[in-house]
Design a protein around this ligand. Structure first.
Ligand code: GUN
Length: 291
């Protein structure tokens, strides 16, 4: 293996420490205590662990933090009422509705109902528009983490060629907006893109967010490129359950300059960026109320 393996846990810890320090400073200067609310519908065990982690980490950086656990058969009206109550709650500056929602619920209607200024996921169409037009906005947490990591590693991204594999609203599209804003040359590839390996081999930066276990192979990677693996896929190998990314780590790490592992790469940065976004939203709302 030649690639440096990027320690996402350590990077996430650094972001959390900064958020903790900035929160203490903000409160000491008379700012409001930032408040984060997470809404989880149903009882998917993985989501429950994730939500408990969000709560724990939010409290650790000095936030007010609440989780609302709603039953699987929650109606659209009840969920909308919950969102409206959080929009109106002055203790809350960030609202996250855990996705995916059960299939009987209309996710778009729920995301559209969140006050854009409390939209810590950056999924509201107003914030998507703000991001693409260069206005300040909460940015979806996973691409934000990727972008912070790239800037720390590479500094100026001008002149870099980036490929994003996957075009989701949660990762691929906002990642493209962030890389464009940083003056990288960006390709968004997807399942219908011809010669994906050839395109990928031209890229200095590879962001794999396609949701297909170990799809990106070592011979797709330009020697020395930085590879960010956003995928989290549960597979079974040799009779054992295993978490793997969208990149074939064994072959890609022989060619890349630096690579994020799964687990322990991009994953831990998502919650850290959620905390960062919550503080930013609290500052924006506090500022609006006091001017
Ligand atoms: N489910 C998986 N990732 C995310 C995320 O970043 N935000 C929300 N709301 N749900 C998710």
């Amino acid at each position: 293996m030649s690639a440096e393996v990027i320690d996402g846990k350590a990077f996430a810890e650094k972001i959390r420490e900064q958020v903790g320090e900035n929160t203490a400073e903000f409160i000491a200067q008379g700012g409001v205590q930032p408040g984060l609310a997470v809404v989880l519908v149903g009882n998917d065990p993985a989501s429950e662990v994730y939500v408990a982690n969000k709560n724990k980490q939010a409290e650790a950086v000095g936030f007010y933090s609440v989780a609302h656990y709603l039953p699987e058969d929650t109606t659209q009206d009840a969920l909308m009422a919950q969102v409206e109550a959080l929009n109106a709650d002055p203790r809350i500056h960030g609202i996250l509705v855990q996705l995916p929602l059960p299939s009987h619920l209309d996710s778009d209607a729920v995301l559209n109902a969140i006050d854009p200024d409390k939209d810590v996921d950056g999924f509201h169409p107003v914030n998507i528009g703000r991001l693409w037009s260069g206005q300040s906005a909460p940015v979806p947490c996973t691409p934000l983490g990727c972008s912070l990591l790239l800037k720390e590693r590479l500094g100026d991204l001008a002149g870099k060629k980036a490929i994003i594999i996957g075009r989701s609203n949660i990762v691929g599209k906002p990642m493209a907006a962030l890389l464009l804003a940083a003056n990288a040359t960006v390709t968004i590839a997807h399942s219908k893109t011809p010669d994906l390996p050839g395109l990928c081999r031209e890229a200095d930066i590879v962001v794999a967010a396609v949701g297909r276990a170990e799809m990106v192979q070592g011979d797709w990677i330009k020697p020395g490129a930085i590879v960010l693996d956003v995928g989290i896929n549960r597979i079974e190998r040799d009779g054992k359950k295993k978490l793997v990314g969208d990149v074939d780590f064994a072959s890609a790490s022989a060619i890349a300059g630096a690579i994020t592992p799964v687990p322990g790469g991009i994953g831990p940065m998502t919650i850290a960026c959620l905390l960062r976004n919550t503080l930013t939203c609290a500052k924006t709302i506090d500022n609006r109320l006091n001017t």
